[in-house]
Design a protein around this ligand. Structure first.
Ligand SMILES: NC(=O)c1ccc[n+]([C@@H]2O[C@H](COP(=O)([O-])OP(=O)(O)OC[C@H]3O[C@@H](n4cnc5c(N)ncnc54)[C@H](OP(=O)(O)O)[C@@H]3O)[C@@H](O)[C@H]2O)c1
Length: 232
């Protein structure tokens, strides 16, 4: 894993980083040399998870990692705040960090799943979870949708290739480029996938992948873009 592209200046906050997806992203970024802040509703839980992840990383922890309550983590972030929470927690968590993320890029990984029907595509009232985030946070935050199709356990298995691509949607091309660089730092190939309104299609792929996992008795189904050469 190497930092071949320009990546975030300052720490990356991962809101809900105590969970499976956020922990996986945090591990990969810390292993790549980035500074990461785990956010949680609980300061104690955030600190405990950061300590656990550092222990799991061992000598691979090239960057720094600490834990803070969600709003403090978002405020302490440099340019990028990543949101990895279940859809039912999406609105209250975004409201809690709204002030702190003004002027920053907010990377929304949320999939609008409706348990127990996790293999069915659900289109939220706001068009997509990512568009709902943009509406809630206002124009002062640049929302970028990414990582919704990447299985957490693939991220956490640092010795293995993640084995799938990342589609990156957002209305600001520079913000998308930044998130593509972060995906590459975490060892994934990522693609510009158009404006934020396209996030509905990317979010909708995840219940299909969950259904494929169930049907074919696997865990890590992902997507690949084929027959396109990445730009140098
Ligand atoms: N897991 C995957 O393989 C995967 C793959 C692709 C996309 N995603 C998406 O990524 C997001 C996070 O997934 P995950 O599996 O990491 O979720 P998770 O482990 O269930 O939850 C992540 C964190 O969100 C916070 N949280 C959980 N329930 C909450 C609630 N009711 N209210 C407020 N905060 C709550 C918790 O943090 P604190 O208790 O520390 O606050 C929790 O550690 C979801 O939208 C999911 O669809 C997941």
């Amino acid at each position: 894993m190497s930092l071949s592209s320009p990546v975030s200046i300052g720490p990356v906050a991962v809101i809900g980083g105590t969970g499976a997806e956020g922990s996986g992203l945090a591990m990969r970024w810390v292993a790549a040399g980035l500074e990461v802040i785990i956010g949680s509703r609980s300061a104690e839980k955030a600190q405990r998870r950061a300590a656990e992840l550092l222990e799991a990383l061992g000598a691979r922890a090239r960057g720094r990692l600490r834990g803070l309550p969600n709003a403090e983590a978002a405020a302490a972030a440099g340019e990028v705040v990543v949101v990895t929470v279940p859809y039912k927690a999406h609105r209250p968590i975004l409201e809690a960090i709204r002030e702190a993320v003004q002027g920053k890029i907010v990377v929304d990984c949320t999939v609008p799943l409706h348990p127990p029907q996790v293999t069915r595509v659900h289109v939220p009232a706001g068009g997509s979870a990512a568009q709902e985030a943009q509406a809630l946070l206002g124009p002062g935050a640049r929302v970028v949708a990414a990582f919704q199709n990447v299985a957490a356990h693939k991220l956490q298995a640092l010795d293995d290739d993640v084995g799938c691509d990342v589609l990156v949607c957002g209305d600001d091309p520079a913000a998308r480029e930044h998130v593509i660089a972060l995906a590459e730092a975490a060892g994934m190939r990522a693609w510009h996938a158009g404006p934020l309104q396209n996030a509905v299609a990317v979010e909708g792929l995840t219940p299909i992948l969950i259904g494929i996992n169930k049907r074919y008795h696997t865990k890590g189904a992902g997507i690949r873009i084929t027959n396109v050469a990445p730009e140098e």
